[in-house]
Design a protein around this ligand. Sequence first.
Ligand SMILES: [Zn+2]
Length: 441
Amino acid sequence: MSYLDLIYRLYLTCVTLSGTISPMMDEPGSTRHAVDTNRQRLLRILREHGPMHRAELARRAGLSRTTVSTAMEVLISEGLVTNLDGRGMTGEERPVGRPGRLLGIQPGTGSAIGVAFSYHEVRVILSDLAQGPLIELVTPLPQEQAPGDDLDIAANMIQQAIESSGISPEGVLGVGLGVPGPLDCTRGMAGSSSEKTWSGSMPADELAHRVGFPTLLDNTARLSLLAEARWGAGAGKKDVVFVKLSSGVGGGFLVDGRLLRGDLGAGGEIGHVVVEPGGQLCRCGGRGCLEAYASVPAVIAQLRPLLGPDIGLSEALLALAKGNPSVTRLFSDVGQLVGRAVANAVNLFNPQLVVIGGELAEAGPTLLQSIEQATKRESLPLLSAALSVRQAALGPRSAALGGIALVLREEDRLVRPGPRRSSKPVRRLYHNSVSHVTATK
Ligand SMILES: [Zn+2]
């Protein structure tokens, strides 16, 4: 089969999964329909969870081993799946047993793109479905720039990533887009955020029309959770609470492997849990919210009288590393408040792991130990006995990697965008830094 045939088959698989075009689908209920559905399900499992044996595939798909073997023979003959024989795996990951029985997605047969905005930059990661990340681009964003201009920059970075990697645009499964702050995920609409407002915009629709790929939206805290639970500090865990201590304070909840979103898709806003009744004013209009104490700006504001008016987080972390007693006390106090909010989440959701991310998590043990201590003190002993609190492992890349994880997890929500609503050409802009990164799988 030629490479073009292979890409075309993958495209047919993608659009079939999206539910918008279904040239390969037969009538629901027919044998052919069932066979196609089985193959799609098996491909999705391999994309989302990585290489595995037939027995594990059968278990995850709820299919018999015979059905899996038959489907795999077809997918291998079509060039979409390959026998891996432990290639590219470390000694610990390499399975014991006969070679050639581990199955994975054929490298070069598809890709996904993660895009994540913070308040000061946008990051794009392009990942091969089998090999992991191929290209990563980061561009600083001017303050006070309109969201539409930010999306133009992201669209150009996606184009740049595709050109640099040499992948075929037809093989791009979709884009997972993250923006900071609360979101109405049911309508794809951004809520207010602390420094730059995406409020009322429809970022996924707008990016999809710029780049022509199906685009899914979530907030950056939840995307970071997805990435940490797939490749980072929570790898393999099904019940995880993620707290992002950044320009704002965000949260994400993985409950029995499912991402908790709620009615509007706006759930998980742990930053607005009240930790000091009647306390500091919060940008949400409330008082005593966690965000009013544990965001980076809140911490810096408290340290300025001690360390100077021009300090930033790096100066604060340096003072902490040098053992400045006032700075140490402040980070410890912040940890107690974070732990108070996390303890409520522990009592409600019984997670096995709490992951602390965002720039403030770089404070390390002083903050983490204080969070763990307060969490365990203020939650039920039954629930906290086996609980651990860990620092996030993926750093500033986590939200963009989470965009890729979102595409892989929620492939059935991908819908190809219609034609661009505006004929305005996308401005050609150049990224600030390019780094070719190694696979994280
Ligand atoms: Zn608030």
